[in-house]
Write a protein that binds this ligand. Structure first.
Ligand SMILES: C[S@@+](CC[C@H](N)C(=O)[O-])C[C@H]1O[C@@H](n2cnc3c(N)ncnc32)[C@H](O)[C@@H]1O
Length: 231
């Protein structure tokens, strides 16, 4: 998966065309500074997710986060891991994440540029793959899940929290989002509900262990799923 890395906390992956990657990254590069500055909309829900994930991690684990954004979650979770490699397709996001990391003493954490849609190479190296607010944004859900599963050791966990856009109010789904996309204010999104997402994980051989919602503000379209690679 990684396209270019800092310290080698990762397994290498085949290179992807830089054109394809830079097209995907353009939207996120453009909004990276704003994304970093915006407050988290549901802080109690976010903290609940962090506590839940911390409970699944151990200090022996090698962990990969895909679509890490500006690294806030990786910075919080790295102390609970042996090593955490956090990746994102956007150089703008990774640049900010590295700025934040420079102010911390977290030798177990590294950030790298990588496309979650690209196939993972090599034998599964990770005890856990984390994907927060990502899976509705990839180009190909089955491909990205296959890549995540490939990166996992047998018995490893995929831990995802992501928006199920198909569960949104139809006016937002069919009107507001397309208008925002047309004016460059929203990215391409995949439309799935929680059942469809779980079915896609099961297709990749994962066993679903938990399906939860951690939101504290009305209807929560972001489903939290823990799924295990058998073995
Ligand atoms: C909504 S942000 C979420 C960031 C972070 N995980 C969080 O929860 O705050 C989505 C992130 O996914 C990244 N992204 C989108 N498509 C990607 C892909 N194909 N591979 C890797 N990262 C991707 C974007 O650059 C962006 O940083």
């Amino acid at each position: 998966m990684p396209l270019s890395t800092t310290p080698s906390l990762d397994t290498p992956s085949p290179p992807q065309s830089s054109d394809v990657v830079s097209r995907k990254a353009r939207f996120w590069d453009r909004i990276a500074r704003k994304y970093a500055a915006d407050p988290i909309a549901d802080m109690p829900g976010y903290e609940a997710t962090l506590r839940r994930v911390q409970g699944l991690l151990t200090a022996e684990m090698n962990v990969l986060e895909i679509g890490c954004g500006t690294g806030s979650t990786a910075l919080r979770l790295a102390p609970f891991t042996r090593r955490l490699l956090a990746t994102d397709v956007s150089a703008g996001m990774i640049g900010i994440a590295r700025e934040k990391l420079a102010a911390e003493l977290l030798p177990q954490l590294a950030f790298a540029l990588a496309d979650a849609d690209a196939p993972a190479a090599g034998p599964g190296a990770y005890h856990a793959v984390l994907a927060f607010n990502l899976l509705h944004l990839v180009s190909d859900l089955d491909g990205a899940l296959a890549s995540a599963v490939q990166a996992l050791r047998p018995g490893g966990l995929l831990i995802s929290k992501t928006a199920c856009v198909a569960e949104m109010n139809p006016l937002i789904r069919w009107l507001a989002i397309p208008v925002m996309q047309a004016i460059g204010k929203a990215p391409h999104v995949l439309l799935f509900d929680a059942d469809t997402l779980q079915a896609a994980m099961v297709r990749q051989g994962l066993v679903i262990e938990a399906v939860e919602r951690h939101g504290t503000k009305g209807k929560d379209i972001r489903v939290f799923i823990v799924a295990r690679k058998p073995g």
